[in-house]
Design a protein around this ligand. Structure first.
Ligand SMILES: [Zn+2]
Length: 353
């Protein structure tokens, strides 16, 4: 089968790999479409990523084979994957920090090599833990595969919003209007919060306005927070979300918060981030710093409802659809300065690409 194998920073190789073999309690899934996540983009440009590996975890596809002991799934069934499932028993799971669970972190779908999603290939092996504990979501006939592969970013965004504990009517500043930033705008609006968005690319900000942002701000400069303060009559925002954390965005967001505000960062921080700032200013203003790095088991029913119910225009976050062979080119565009891309969907079957 064809796969895009990560063999080092900026080295994606379009290769032939053996199709994964499955054990009696496992499933072989044909990847019909896979979303490129912010984690994928970060991993593809990081020296810390183990190579070789095949990334890509936001998968929707068709079951191609089931092991002899698998009874509740069948060949031809359309499913979306939830690529990581917590154990629900450990200390981290019992306090709803699922992404810190060793089972959550250690087991996922794979196309070969170390399990790391594997969706940038034509087939993935779904391990028994995922088969048995909610790692596959059956799709009703009306749900397209393109929409279904957005299940994980919807869940991730919901769990991040839950961490923020913001209420309807409160103002949230989303830094970054890429794939996950666009998702935040849609969901914040869906739950009655107000969103403002900043990004260096004016085209992405146009889309953010269409998705429901109340105002947008172009740039990432050091004084961006002054524009945010002016917009809020000097008060600052209740919460800020760093979708692509960097030192510059962190400091900007910190200065744009009102006293008692909350700053949430997704965990794909720029490599080796080291930052100097005055901790006293943080404590005096009683700022909460929050990290969010994964999906929440608790939010899965809501995430499924939002994906299966077509009232939320989730497809609006998609900017590009490419074949598997075109992945390196689109990744280069998505990781360039001031990228125009938002959600990228990849189609591994070369006949449909
Ligand atoms: Zn656990």
């Amino acid at each position: 089968m064809k796969a895009q194998v990560f063999r080092g920073v900026d080295r994606l190789c379009y290769e032939d790999l053996p199709q994964p073999t499955i054990a009696a309690d496992e499933i072989l899934l044909k990847v019909e479409v896979v979303g490129v996540s912010p984690h994928d983009l970060r991993a593809l440009t990081s020296r810390e990523t183990e190579s070789p590996c095949v990334l890509g975890s936001e998968i929707a596809g068709t079951i191609a084979a089931v092991g002899d002991d698998v009874s509740q799934w069948w060949v031809g069934q359309r499913v979306a994957t939830v690529s990581r499932i917590p154990c629900m028993r450990c200390r981290e799971c019992l306090r709803d920090r699922f992404s810190l669970c060793s089972v959550y972190r250690g087991i996922t779908t794979t196309a070969g090599f170390t399990p790391s999603g594997g969706g940038f290939a034509e087939y993935v092996r779904v391990p028994a833990h995922l088969v048995c504990h909610g790692g596959l979501v059956p799709l009703p006939g009306h749900v397209t595969l393109d929409r279904a592969c957005l299940l994980q970013p919807v869940n991730l965004s919901l769990s991040a919003i839950e961490r923020l504990q913001v209420r309807a009517g409160q103002l949230v500043w989303v830094l970054g209007a890429g794939s996950i930033g666009s998702m935040f705008v849609l969901l914040l609006k869906r739950f009655g919060m107000r969103a403002i968005v900043s990004d260096p690319n004016p085209d992405r900000l146009e889309v953010a306005l269409d998705l429901g942002a109340e105002a947008v701000f172009c740039g990432t400069s050091d004084d961006l927070h002054t524009k945010i303060r002016a917009f809020t009559d000097g008060e600052g925002v209740e919460a800020a979300i760093l979708t692509a954390p960097s030192n510059e965005s962190f400091l900007n967001a910190l200065d744009g918060l009102r006293p008692g505000g909350k700053l949430l960062g997704l965990t794909d921080y720029a490599e080796n981030g080291t930052l100097l700032f005055d901790p006293l200013s943080l404590m005096r203003r009683q700022i909460d710093l929050l990290g969010c790095g994964g999906m929440s088991f608790r939010w899965q029913p809501t995430a499924i409802d939002l994906v299966f119910d077509y009232r939320l225009p989730l497809e609006s976050v998609v900017s590009d659809r490419v074949s598997l062979s075109e992945l390196p080119e689109i990744v280069a565009r998505a990781t360039a300065s001031k990228p125009a891309t938002r959600k990228i969907l990849v189609y591994p079957d070369s006949r449909s690409g």
